[in-house]
Design a protein. Structure first.
Length: 452
Protein backbone atom coordinates (compact mmCIF):
# COMPACT_ATOMS: atom_id res chain seq x y z
CA UNK A 1 0.00 0.00 0.00
CA UNK A 2 1.30 3.46 -0.84
CA UNK A 3 2.45 5.75 1.96
CA UNK A 4 -0.09 8.37 0.91
CA UNK A 5 -2.95 5.86 1.15
CA UNK A 6 -1.80 4.69 4.56
CA UNK A 7 -1.57 8.26 5.84
CA UNK A 8 -4.97 9.09 4.34
CA UNK A 9 -6.61 6.11 6.04
CA UNK A 10 -5.00 7.00 9.37
CA UNK A 11 -6.29 10.58 9.13
CA UNK A 12 -9.77 9.38 8.18
CA UNK A 13 -9.92 6.99 11.13
CA UNK A 14 -8.64 9.65 13.52
CA UNK A 15 -11.14 12.26 12.31
CA UNK A 16 -14.08 9.87 12.63
CA UNK A 17 -12.96 8.90 16.14
CA UNK A 18 -12.79 12.56 17.21
CA UNK A 19 -16.25 13.20 15.74
CA UNK A 20 -17.67 10.22 17.65
CA UNK A 21 -16.06 11.49 20.84
CA UNK A 22 -17.44 14.98 20.16
CA UNK A 23 -13.99 16.52 20.62
CA UNK A 24 -14.07 19.84 18.69
CA UNK A 25 -10.63 21.06 19.83
CA UNK A 26 -8.57 18.04 18.77
CA UNK A 27 -10.70 17.61 15.64
CA UNK A 28 -10.03 21.20 14.63
CA UNK A 29 -6.30 20.84 15.26
CA UNK A 30 -6.03 17.71 13.10
CA UNK A 31 -8.44 18.84 10.40
CA UNK A 32 -6.82 22.25 9.91
CA UNK A 33 -3.36 20.69 9.74
CA UNK A 34 -4.40 19.15 6.41
CA UNK A 35 -4.32 20.81 3.01
CA UNK A 36 -7.76 22.09 1.87
CA UNK A 37 -7.70 19.49 -0.93
CA UNK A 38 -7.17 16.73 1.63
CA UNK A 39 -9.85 18.24 3.86
CA UNK A 40 -12.27 18.07 0.94
CA UNK A 41 -11.43 14.41 0.27
CA UNK A 42 -12.18 13.51 3.89
CA UNK A 43 -15.25 15.70 4.10
CA UNK A 44 -17.11 14.03 1.22
CA UNK A 45 -16.61 10.63 2.90
CA UNK A 46 -18.54 11.73 6.00
CA UNK A 47 -22.24 11.09 6.49
CA UNK A 48 -24.67 13.94 7.13
CA UNK A 49 -24.48 13.61 10.93
CA UNK A 50 -20.67 13.77 10.80
CA UNK A 51 -20.76 16.73 8.41
CA UNK A 52 -23.03 18.57 10.84
CA UNK A 53 -20.27 18.25 13.44
CA UNK A 54 -17.85 19.86 10.95
CA UNK A 55 -20.23 22.80 10.41
CA UNK A 56 -20.40 23.36 14.16
CA UNK A 57 -16.66 23.06 14.64
CA UNK A 58 -15.12 24.84 11.63
CA UNK A 59 -15.94 28.50 10.97
CA UNK A 60 -17.49 29.36 7.58
CA UNK A 61 -14.50 31.54 6.73
CA UNK A 62 -12.11 28.59 7.18
CA UNK A 63 -14.54 26.06 5.67
CA UNK A 64 -14.68 28.10 2.44
CA UNK A 65 -11.16 27.00 1.45
CA UNK A 66 -12.31 23.38 1.64
CA UNK A 67 -15.64 24.13 0.01
CA UNK A 68 -14.04 25.63 -3.11
CA UNK A 69 -12.10 22.39 -3.66
CA UNK A 70 -15.35 20.44 -4.08
CA UNK A 71 -17.00 19.81 -7.43
CA UNK A 72 -19.94 22.01 -8.37
CA UNK A 73 -22.36 19.13 -7.85
CA UNK A 74 -20.98 18.49 -4.37
CA UNK A 75 -21.17 22.18 -3.51
CA UNK A 76 -24.84 22.26 -4.52
CA UNK A 77 -25.59 19.31 -2.27
CA UNK A 78 -23.72 20.49 0.80
CA UNK A 79 -24.69 24.19 0.65
CA UNK A 80 -28.35 23.17 0.91
CA UNK A 81 -27.83 21.06 4.02
CA UNK A 82 -25.90 23.70 5.98
CA UNK A 83 -27.70 26.20 8.22
CA UNK A 84 -28.60 29.21 6.08
CA UNK A 85 -26.51 31.75 8.04
CA UNK A 86 -23.53 29.42 7.62
CA UNK A 87 -24.22 29.09 3.88
CA UNK A 88 -24.47 32.86 3.45
CA UNK A 89 -21.13 33.41 5.16
CA UNK A 90 -19.55 30.83 2.85
CA UNK A 91 -20.88 32.67 -0.19
CA UNK A 92 -19.59 35.98 1.14
CA UNK A 93 -16.12 34.44 1.46
CA UNK A 94 -16.06 32.66 -1.91
CA UNK A 95 -14.46 34.21 -4.96
CA UNK A 96 -17.20 35.87 -6.96
CA UNK A 97 -16.76 33.68 -10.05
CA UNK A 98 -17.07 30.48 -8.01
CA UNK A 99 -20.08 31.84 -6.14
CA UNK A 100 -21.77 32.76 -9.44
CA UNK A 101 -21.21 29.23 -10.81
CA UNK A 102 -22.77 27.78 -7.68
CA UNK A 103 -25.76 30.12 -7.67
CA UNK A 104 -26.61 29.15 -11.27
CA UNK A 105 -27.04 25.54 -10.18
CA UNK A 106 -29.20 26.15 -7.10
CA UNK A 107 -33.02 26.11 -7.08
CA UNK A 108 -34.37 29.61 -7.75
CA UNK A 109 -36.17 29.95 -4.42
CA UNK A 110 -33.11 28.92 -2.43
CA UNK A 111 -30.87 31.17 -4.52
CA UNK A 112 -33.15 34.18 -3.88
CA UNK A 113 -33.14 33.47 -0.15
CA UNK A 114 -29.35 33.43 -0.07
CA UNK A 115 -29.08 36.62 -2.11
CA UNK A 116 -31.36 38.42 0.35
CA UNK A 117 -28.97 37.63 3.21
CA UNK A 118 -25.63 38.18 1.45
CA UNK A 119 -23.53 41.32 1.83
CA UNK A 120 -24.66 43.95 -0.65
CA UNK A 121 -21.30 44.25 -2.40
CA UNK A 122 -20.82 40.48 -2.73
CA UNK A 123 -24.40 40.05 -3.90
CA UNK A 124 -24.00 42.63 -6.65
CA UNK A 125 -20.69 41.18 -7.85
CA UNK A 126 -22.19 37.70 -8.14
CA UNK A 127 -25.33 38.94 -9.89
CA UNK A 128 -23.22 40.93 -12.38
CA UNK A 129 -21.25 37.81 -13.30
CA UNK A 130 -24.41 35.74 -13.66
CA UNK A 131 -25.64 38.09 -16.39
CA UNK A 132 -22.96 36.90 -18.80
CA UNK A 133 -23.68 33.86 -21.00
CA UNK A 134 -22.26 30.59 -19.75
CA UNK A 135 -18.96 29.37 -21.21
CA UNK A 136 -17.80 32.93 -21.93
CA UNK A 137 -15.00 34.94 -20.35
CA UNK A 138 -17.55 37.00 -18.42
CA UNK A 139 -18.97 33.95 -16.67
CA UNK A 140 -15.51 32.67 -15.73
CA UNK A 141 -13.75 35.84 -14.59
CA UNK A 142 -13.34 36.96 -11.01
CA UNK A 143 -13.60 40.55 -9.86
CA UNK A 144 -11.25 40.05 -6.90
CA UNK A 145 -8.02 41.42 -8.34
CA UNK A 146 -5.63 44.31 -7.78
CA UNK A 147 -5.33 47.17 -10.26
CA UNK A 148 -2.45 49.64 -10.36
CA UNK A 149 -2.25 53.27 -11.38
CA UNK A 150 0.49 54.13 -13.84
CA UNK A 151 1.49 57.38 -12.12
CA UNK A 152 2.05 55.86 -8.66
CA UNK A 153 5.45 54.87 -7.31
CA UNK A 154 6.58 51.32 -6.64
CA UNK A 155 6.91 52.02 -2.91
CA UNK A 156 3.34 53.29 -2.57
CA UNK A 157 2.04 50.43 -4.72
CA UNK A 158 3.74 47.85 -2.50
CA UNK A 159 2.12 49.35 0.57
CA UNK A 160 -1.30 49.15 -1.08
CA UNK A 161 -0.57 45.61 -2.23
CA UNK A 162 0.10 44.46 1.33
CA UNK A 163 -3.35 45.73 2.26
CA UNK A 164 -5.30 44.55 -0.80
CA UNK A 165 -3.36 41.42 -1.75
CA UNK A 166 -4.94 38.97 0.74
CA UNK A 167 -8.39 39.53 -0.79
CA UNK A 168 -7.22 39.11 -4.41
CA UNK A 169 -7.39 35.74 -6.15
CA UNK A 170 -3.86 36.23 -7.53
CA UNK A 171 -1.20 38.92 -7.42
CA UNK A 172 1.44 37.33 -9.64
CA UNK A 173 0.27 39.58 -12.47
CA UNK A 174 -0.86 43.13 -11.67
CA UNK A 175 -2.73 45.10 -14.27
CA UNK A 176 -2.39 48.83 -14.86
CA UNK A 177 -5.35 51.02 -15.78
CA UNK A 178 -5.72 54.71 -16.67
CA UNK A 179 -8.20 57.20 -15.26
CA UNK A 180 -10.98 55.73 -17.45
CA UNK A 181 -10.21 52.25 -16.06
CA UNK A 182 -8.92 51.12 -19.46
CA UNK A 183 -6.25 48.44 -19.48
CA UNK A 184 -2.90 50.00 -20.45
CA UNK A 185 -0.20 47.72 -19.02
CA UNK A 186 0.88 44.78 -16.88
CA UNK A 187 3.49 44.34 -14.14
CA UNK A 188 4.70 41.02 -12.76
CA UNK A 189 5.15 40.68 -9.03
CA UNK A 190 8.84 39.98 -9.58
CA UNK A 191 9.34 43.22 -11.53
CA UNK A 192 7.54 45.12 -8.81
CA UNK A 193 9.67 43.67 -6.02
CA UNK A 194 13.05 44.31 -7.68
CA UNK A 195 12.23 47.80 -8.96
CA UNK A 196 13.47 50.90 -7.07
CA UNK A 197 10.87 52.18 -4.61
CA UNK A 198 10.87 55.65 -6.20
CA UNK A 199 10.26 54.32 -9.73
CA UNK A 200 6.89 54.94 -11.37
CA UNK A 201 4.70 52.02 -12.38
CA UNK A 202 4.61 53.33 -15.95
CA UNK A 203 8.42 52.98 -16.09
CA UNK A 204 8.44 49.25 -15.28
CA UNK A 205 5.19 48.02 -16.79
CA UNK A 206 4.81 46.11 -20.03
CA UNK A 207 2.64 47.84 -22.61
CA UNK A 208 1.72 44.78 -24.68
CA UNK A 209 -0.97 43.06 -22.65
CA UNK A 210 -2.58 39.80 -23.75
CA UNK A 211 -6.28 40.09 -22.93
CA UNK A 212 -9.67 38.63 -23.86
CA UNK A 213 -13.02 40.20 -24.57
CA UNK A 214 -15.74 39.52 -22.03
CA UNK A 215 -17.74 37.51 -24.62
CA UNK A 216 -14.82 35.28 -25.74
CA UNK A 217 -15.66 31.56 -25.73
CA UNK A 218 -14.02 29.50 -23.00
CA UNK A 219 -12.24 27.20 -25.46
CA UNK A 220 -10.54 30.21 -27.04
CA UNK A 221 -9.54 31.41 -23.56
CA UNK A 222 -7.83 28.08 -22.89
CA UNK A 223 -5.88 28.37 -26.14
CA UNK A 224 -4.73 31.90 -25.28
CA UNK A 225 -3.53 30.90 -21.81
CA UNK A 226 -1.75 27.84 -23.23
CA UNK A 227 -0.13 29.77 -26.07
CA UNK A 228 1.29 32.54 -23.89
CA UNK A 229 1.89 30.48 -20.71
CA UNK A 230 -0.18 32.85 -18.59
CA UNK A 231 -1.05 32.53 -14.92
CA UNK A 232 -3.91 35.01 -15.34
CA UNK A 233 -5.73 36.61 -18.24
CA UNK A 234 -7.36 40.06 -18.02
CA UNK A 235 -10.91 40.42 -19.33
CA UNK A 236 -11.99 43.66 -21.02
CA UNK A 237 -15.13 45.04 -22.64
CA UNK A 238 -15.46 46.64 -26.06
CA UNK A 239 -14.17 49.95 -24.65
CA UNK A 240 -10.99 48.27 -23.34
CA UNK A 241 -12.12 48.69 -19.74
CA UNK A 242 -10.77 46.09 -17.33
CA UNK A 243 -13.65 44.03 -15.91
CA UNK A 244 -11.92 41.08 -14.26
CA UNK A 245 -9.32 38.36 -14.61
CA UNK A 246 -9.36 34.64 -15.32
CA UNK A 247 -6.82 32.58 -13.40
CA UNK A 248 -5.07 29.48 -14.67
CA UNK A 249 -6.94 27.20 -12.24
CA UNK A 250 -10.22 28.25 -13.86
CA UNK A 251 -8.74 27.54 -17.29
CA UNK A 252 -7.71 24.04 -16.15
CA UNK A 253 -11.32 23.46 -15.08
CA UNK A 254 -12.46 24.60 -18.53
CA UNK A 255 -10.06 22.20 -20.25
CA UNK A 256 -11.30 19.33 -18.09
CA UNK A 257 -14.95 20.14 -18.82
CA UNK A 258 -14.37 20.58 -22.56
CA UNK A 259 -12.39 17.34 -22.79
CA UNK A 260 -15.08 15.46 -20.89
CA UNK A 261 -17.76 16.98 -23.12
CA UNK A 262 -15.87 15.98 -26.28
CA UNK A 263 -15.50 12.39 -25.07
CA UNK A 264 -19.19 12.29 -24.19
CA UNK A 265 -20.13 13.62 -27.62
CA UNK A 266 -17.84 11.18 -29.40
CA UNK A 267 -19.30 8.24 -27.50
CA UNK A 268 -22.91 9.50 -27.63
CA UNK A 269 -23.11 9.59 -23.83
CA UNK A 270 -23.41 13.34 -23.31
CA UNK A 271 -24.42 14.22 -19.78
CA UNK A 272 -24.33 10.66 -18.49
CA UNK A 273 -20.67 10.11 -17.55
CA UNK A 274 -21.13 11.03 -13.87
CA UNK A 275 -20.76 7.79 -11.89
CA UNK A 276 -23.05 9.21 -9.19
CA UNK A 277 -25.95 9.48 -11.65
CA UNK A 278 -28.74 6.95 -11.22
CA UNK A 279 -29.28 4.28 -13.91
CA UNK A 280 -32.62 5.87 -14.83
CA UNK A 281 -31.07 9.33 -15.35
CA UNK A 282 -28.20 7.85 -17.37
CA UNK A 283 -30.67 5.94 -19.54
CA UNK A 284 -32.68 9.11 -20.18
CA UNK A 285 -29.54 10.93 -21.31
CA UNK A 286 -28.44 8.17 -23.66
CA UNK A 287 -31.85 7.13 -25.02
CA UNK A 288 -32.14 9.71 -27.86
CA UNK A 289 -28.88 8.55 -29.45
CA UNK A 290 -29.58 4.85 -28.93
CA UNK A 291 -33.06 5.14 -30.46
CA UNK A 292 -31.73 7.20 -33.39
CA UNK A 293 -28.97 4.70 -34.05
CA UNK A 294 -31.50 1.88 -33.85
CA UNK A 295 -33.47 3.43 -36.70
CA UNK A 296 -30.25 3.95 -38.67
CA UNK A 297 -29.59 0.26 -38.06
CA UNK A 298 -32.90 -0.50 -39.76
CA UNK A 299 -31.49 1.20 -42.86
CA UNK A 300 -28.60 -1.26 -42.65
CA UNK A 301 -31.10 -4.10 -42.57
CA UNK A 302 -32.84 -2.65 -45.62
CA UNK A 303 -29.50 -2.45 -47.42
CA UNK A 304 -28.92 -6.14 -46.80
CA UNK A 305 -32.45 -6.90 -48.00
CA UNK A 306 -31.78 -5.01 -51.23
CA UNK A 307 -29.00 -7.46 -52.10
CA UNK A 308 -30.95 -10.57 -51.15
CA UNK A 309 -30.45 -12.15 -54.59
CA UNK A 310 -26.68 -11.77 -54.32
CA UNK A 311 -26.66 -13.37 -50.88
CA UNK A 312 -28.81 -16.28 -52.05
CA UNK A 313 -26.38 -16.89 -54.90
CA UNK A 314 -23.26 -16.75 -52.71
CA UNK A 315 -24.19 -17.58 -49.13
CA UNK A 316 -20.52 -17.42 -48.11
CA UNK A 317 -20.64 -13.63 -48.59
CA UNK A 318 -22.70 -13.31 -45.41
CA UNK A 319 -19.78 -14.64 -43.35
CA UNK A 320 -17.65 -11.58 -44.17
CA UNK A 321 -20.30 -8.87 -43.77
CA UNK A 322 -19.31 -8.06 -40.14
CA UNK A 323 -15.66 -7.90 -41.20
CA UNK A 324 -16.28 -5.24 -43.86
CA UNK A 325 -18.71 -3.27 -41.70
CA UNK A 326 -16.46 -3.34 -38.62
CA UNK A 327 -13.31 -2.37 -40.50
CA UNK A 328 -14.99 0.61 -42.15
CA UNK A 329 -16.55 1.80 -38.90
CA UNK A 330 -13.27 1.51 -36.99
CA UNK A 331 -11.31 3.42 -39.64
CA UNK A 332 -13.91 6.19 -39.76
CA UNK A 333 -13.89 6.52 -35.96
CA UNK A 334 -10.10 6.83 -35.91
CA UNK A 335 -10.16 9.64 -38.47
CA UNK A 336 -13.06 11.27 -36.63
CA UNK A 337 -11.11 11.41 -33.36
CA UNK A 338 -8.05 12.86 -35.13
CA UNK A 339 -10.16 15.55 -36.81
CA UNK A 340 -12.14 16.49 -33.69
CA UNK A 341 -9.01 16.67 -31.56
CA UNK A 342 -7.21 18.80 -34.15
CA UNK A 343 -10.13 21.21 -34.26
CA UNK A 344 -10.26 21.38 -30.47
CA UNK A 345 -6.54 22.18 -30.28
CA UNK A 346 -6.83 24.83 -32.99
CA UNK A 347 -4.25 23.16 -35.25
CA UNK A 348 -6.61 23.09 -38.24
CA UNK A 349 -6.98 26.19 -40.43
CA UNK A 350 -7.67 27.06 -44.04
CA UNK A 351 -4.04 26.61 -45.00
CA UNK A 352 -3.62 23.04 -43.79
CA UNK A 353 -7.13 21.57 -43.95
CA UNK A 354 -6.49 20.03 -47.38
CA UNK A 355 -3.19 18.66 -46.12
CA UNK A 356 -5.05 16.85 -43.33
CA UNK A 357 -7.69 15.49 -45.73
CA UNK A 358 -4.99 14.22 -48.11
CA UNK A 359 -3.10 12.63 -45.22
CA UNK A 360 -6.16 10.77 -43.95
CA UNK A 361 -7.05 9.65 -47.48
CA UNK A 362 -3.49 8.40 -47.93
CA UNK A 363 -3.68 6.63 -44.59
CA UNK A 364 -6.93 4.95 -45.62
CA UNK A 365 -5.47 3.81 -48.94
CA UNK A 366 -2.36 2.37 -47.29
CA UNK A 367 -4.43 0.60 -44.64
CA UNK A 368 -6.81 -0.63 -47.34
CA UNK A 369 -4.02 -2.11 -49.44
CA UNK A 370 -2.47 -3.82 -46.44
CA UNK A 371 -5.80 -5.26 -45.26
CA UNK A 372 -6.74 -6.30 -48.79
CA UNK A 373 -3.54 -8.32 -49.20
CA UNK A 374 -3.90 -9.95 -45.78
CA UNK A 375 -7.58 -10.87 -46.11
CA UNK A 376 -7.11 -12.15 -49.67
CA UNK A 377 -4.42 -14.53 -48.45
CA UNK A 378 -6.39 -15.67 -45.41
CA UNK A 379 -9.63 -16.36 -47.30
CA UNK A 380 -7.79 -18.13 -50.12
CA UNK A 381 -5.98 -20.30 -47.60
CA UNK A 382 -8.96 -21.11 -45.38
CA UNK A 383 -11.78 -21.31 -47.93
CA UNK A 384 -9.81 -22.19 -51.09
CA UNK A 385 -11.72 -19.48 -52.96
CA UNK A 386 -9.58 -16.76 -54.53
CA UNK A 387 -12.56 -14.94 -56.04
CA UNK A 388 -14.29 -14.50 -52.67
CA UNK A 389 -10.95 -13.36 -51.26
CA UNK A 390 -10.67 -10.83 -54.08
CA UNK A 391 -14.23 -9.53 -53.50
CA UNK A 392 -13.73 -9.09 -49.75
CA UNK A 393 -10.25 -7.60 -50.23
CA UNK A 394 -11.35 -5.02 -52.78
CA UNK A 395 -14.39 -4.16 -50.65
CA UNK A 396 -12.22 -3.55 -47.58
CA UNK A 397 -9.79 -1.45 -49.62
CA UNK A 398 -12.60 0.75 -50.93
CA UNK A 399 -14.43 0.89 -47.57
CA UNK A 400 -11.34 1.95 -45.62
CA UNK A 401 -10.44 4.62 -48.18
CA UNK A 402 -13.95 6.07 -48.09
CA UNK A 403 -14.24 5.71 -44.30
CA UNK A 404 -11.15 7.78 -43.49
CA UNK A 405 -12.40 10.53 -45.80
CA UNK A 406 -15.85 10.61 -44.22
CA UNK A 407 -14.45 10.45 -40.71
CA UNK A 408 -12.34 13.51 -41.51
CA UNK A 409 -14.73 15.60 -43.59
CA UNK A 410 -17.89 15.24 -41.47
CA UNK A 411 -16.51 16.99 -38.33
CA UNK A 412 -14.88 19.66 -40.53
CA UNK A 413 -18.24 20.41 -42.14
CA UNK A 414 -19.99 20.50 -38.76
CA UNK A 415 -17.34 22.89 -37.46
CA UNK A 416 -17.87 25.04 -40.54
CA UNK A 417 -21.54 25.33 -39.51
CA UNK A 418 -20.37 26.74 -36.13
CA UNK A 419 -21.47 23.59 -34.29
CA UNK A 420 -19.42 21.40 -31.96
CA UNK A 421 -17.65 18.90 -34.28
CA UNK A 422 -17.79 16.29 -31.53
CA UNK A 423 -21.51 15.82 -32.24
CA UNK A 424 -20.36 13.65 -35.14
CA UNK A 425 -20.17 10.89 -32.58
CA UNK A 426 -18.34 7.60 -33.02
CA UNK A 427 -21.54 5.52 -32.93
CA UNK A 428 -23.11 7.75 -35.61
CA UNK A 429 -20.09 7.49 -37.92
CA UNK A 430 -19.84 3.75 -37.27
CA UNK A 431 -23.51 3.19 -38.18
CA UNK A 432 -23.15 5.36 -41.28
CA UNK A 433 -20.11 3.37 -42.40
CA UNK A 434 -21.95 0.10 -41.75
CA UNK A 435 -24.37 1.12 -44.49
CA UNK A 436 -21.73 2.42 -46.89
CA UNK A 437 -19.49 -0.58 -46.24
CA UNK A 438 -22.31 -2.97 -47.08
CA UNK A 439 -23.20 -1.04 -50.22
CA UNK A 440 -19.58 -1.19 -51.38
CA UNK A 441 -19.32 -4.88 -50.48
CA UNK A 442 -22.46 -6.01 -52.24
CA UNK A 443 -21.83 -3.76 -55.24
CA UNK A 444 -18.43 -5.37 -55.76
CA UNK A 445 -19.91 -8.85 -55.17
CA UNK A 446 -22.84 -8.31 -57.57
CA UNK A 447 -20.51 -7.09 -60.30
CA UNK A 448 -18.46 -10.29 -59.88
CA UNK A 449 -21.40 -12.74 -59.90
CA UNK A 450 -20.77 -13.73 -63.49
CA UNK A 451 -17.36 -15.12 -62.54
CA UNK A 452 -18.65 -17.25 -59.65
Amino acid sequence: MKIEETEYNEHEAALRTLIQKGDPVDFQDLFLSLHPGEQADHFIELNQHERSFVYRTISPEVFTDLFEKLTLEEQCTFIQETPQPYAVRILNEMYSDNAADLMRELPDAFMDTLFEQMDDIEEQEVKDLMQYPEETAGSLMTTEFVVLQADKTVGLTLEELRELGPDAETIYYLYVVDQAHQLVGVVSLRDLIVAPLEAKIEDIMGFRVISANVMTDQEDLARIVQKYDLLALPVIDDQQKLLGIITVDDVLDVIERETTEDFEELSATKGSSDINMSPLEAAKKRAPWIVSLMFLGMITASTIGGFEDTLETIVLLAVFMPLVMGSAGNAATQSLVVAVRSIALGTINRKNVMKMIRRELGTGIILGIACMIVIFGVITLLYDNMLIGFIVGVSIFAALSVATMIGTIVPLLINRLKLDPAVASGPFITTLMDNLGLIIYFTVATSMLQFL
